[in-house]
Design a protein around this ligand. Structure first.
Ligand code: ZN
Length: 99
């Protein structure tokens, strides 16, 4: 699992919420296919731990939810990510890079 130690605040990140409009899209990550759906601030009614940065996604913060497109694990395998962390998932160093 990639370890994230730095947020990517480089300019204008991909705004998944705007791009998808709430419709699931497919994306590749960690060698598999995932569905990605945006969650609006109003829809974020509890806090989650972002796998990308290991930090909380606070209540009311728009983010994305992803789950395996192959159906393995189903909805139990959903993960909530900061939108920016998800967008930057492929750009993160696998590990050992503090900034
Ligand atoms: Zn994050």
């Amino acid at each position: 699992m990639p370890r994230a130690n730095r947020r990517r605040d480089d300019g204008a990140p991909l705004d998944l919420a705007r791009v998808t409009g709430g419709i699931p899209q497919r994306a590749r990550y960690a060698g598999g296919e995932w569905f990605v759906r945006s969650v609006t601030g109003a829809g974020a009614q509890r806090a989650y731990l972002c796998p990308g940065c290991q930090q909380d996604i606070s209540v009311g913060v728009p983010h994305v939810v992803v789950w395996p497109a192959d159906g393995l694990g189903g909805v139990d395998n959903r993960r909530h990510w900061h939108t920016q962390c998800w967008s930057a998932r492929e750009r993160r160093r696998p590990q050992g890079s503090f900034r």
